[in-house]
Design a protein around this ligand. Structure first.
Ligand code: NAD
Ligand code: TDX
Length: 346
């Protein structure tokens, strides 16, 4: 299979590229990424020189860049990870979220329609379902749960999902959508809860917990998410939505305390700060559909995954310290990563 992976210099997209190149050695990957603040070429340094990998720096909203790439590469499939992904940034400035997440998805699907009805997978989020009450642990998100978005981020992701399903119904484009819960693991940008807390704790800085810290998220190890997308891409039914998540609900405050314990840091670093506007209370996925139809289940237990993740951040300090210092944006990494390979194109 020849796959265009958009947003592959980000957290989940890069892990997906590593997964595909390892599990499907006959596949070829073309990574299309704009390298926004969230994209980091040093993440891809291990695969940059591989013959079955190509990196192209471009914006998914840019038809003039996207269409010729499709014409040249004639991909079998597109997996769209490219997005603005941080809820707090969407509250500060929604415009780029609507542009990239909705209009960028449209450009990609128009290219899919134009160049032979290319198989398209949209990477979505459980945030499109809004939130569940804290006092109803019996309730979960199913694929039939109505969309009820809370933030500009989740509204833009819901727009993209609906557009993808509309392209299937209207044009017969072979589309699938996955909606996953919170991911954690290597290469997550240190603005998100877990890597931010690890980085701050290691620097003995305050750990900013929003509100009371009682909000609940359903955490999934990133590799399990990548396996789910791989399965949906190859064996999923077009026109369908699949929820991905693992019955692993944790309160934010408990995650932060666990990180303190693991790093030997005092809980006195925890600082309660004003709550996020519109802060969703609880996310919880019912993964019955993907389990029963595709045989997917989360393989990594949280105790193992969080330990591996903390170790990864301890062993890759240079990767995230270059992000915090801003040095990663120069395209030259001092961490021993080579990011100027022949496969890099702009
Ligand atoms: P990320 O912010 O780490 O990475 C996003 C990547 O997309 C970056 O490499 C960035 O450079 C690229 N990008 C942004 N705008 C672009 C544009 N206009 N053109 C081309 N590339 C662009 O995000 P992530 O956490 O890896 O999330 C990937 C996808 O998964 C997103 O669609 C997100 O909504 C979804 N998702 C994330 C989670 C999670 O917990 N992180 C959970 C469910 C779904
Ligand atoms: O400093 C913080 N303090 C804090 O209490 C940060 C950054 C977050 N939080 C809270 C807010 C959330 O309840 O922690 C929880 C997790 O926050 P984020 O890491 O920002 O993730 P979330 O808002 O849940 O969204 C994530 O999961 C769904 C991803 O960022 C999205 O891209 C994905 O769609």
């Amino acid at each position: 299979m020849k796959i265009i992976v958009t947003g592959g210099a980000g957290f989940i997209g890069s892990n997906f590229i590593f997964h595909i190149l390892k599990e499907h050695p006959a596949d070829r990957i073309i990574c299309l990424d704009k390298l926004t603040y969230a994209g980091n070429l040093s993440t891809l340094s291990d695969v940059m020189e591989k013959p079955d990998f190509r990196f192209v720096q471009a914006d998914i909203c840019d038809r003039e860049a996207v269409f010729p790439l499709f014409e040249e590469e004639k991909p079998d499939a597109v997996v769209n990870f490219a997005a603005e992904s941080h809820v707090d940034r969407s509250i500060e400035d929604p415009a780029v979220f609507l542009k990239t997440n909705v209009l960028g998805t449209q450009v990609l699907m128009d290219a899919c329609r134009t160049f032979g009805m290319v198989r398209f997978h949209q990477v979505g989020t459980d945030e499109v379902y809004g939130d569940l009450p804290l006092d109803r642990p019996d309730l979960f998100f199913t694929e039939e749960t109505p969309l009820r978005t809370s933030s500009p981020y989740s509204a833009s992701k819901a727009g993209a999902d609906l557009l993808a399903l509309a392209y299937h119904r209207t044009y017969g484009l072979p589309v699938t959508v996955s909606r996953c819960s919170n991911n954690y693991g290597p290469y997550q940008f240190p603005e998100k809860l877990i890597p931010l807390m690890i980085a701050n704790a290691l620097a003995d800085k305050p750990l900013p917990v929003y509100g009371t810290g009682e909000n609940v998220r359903d955490w999934l190890y990133v590799e399990d998410h990548c396996k789910a997308i791989d399965l949906i891409l190859r064996n999923g039914r077009v026109g369908e939505v699949y929820n991905v998540g693992g019955h692993n609900e944790m309160r934010n405050i408990d995650i932060v305390k666990l990180i303190c314990r693991e790093l030997g840091k005092p809980e006195s670093l925890i600082t309660f700060v004003p709550d996020r506007k519109g802060h969703d209370l609880r996310y919880a996925i019912d993964p019955a559909k993907i389990r029963d139809t595709l045989g997917w289940y989360p393989e990594t237990k949280f105790e193992d995954g969080i330990g591996e993740t903390i170790n990864w951040y301890l062993e890759h300090r240079c990767w995230w310290e270059e992000i915090i210092s801003g040095a990663y944006r120069n395209g030259i990494s001092a961490c021993g990563f080579s990011v100027d390979g022949d496969n890099r194109e702009t």
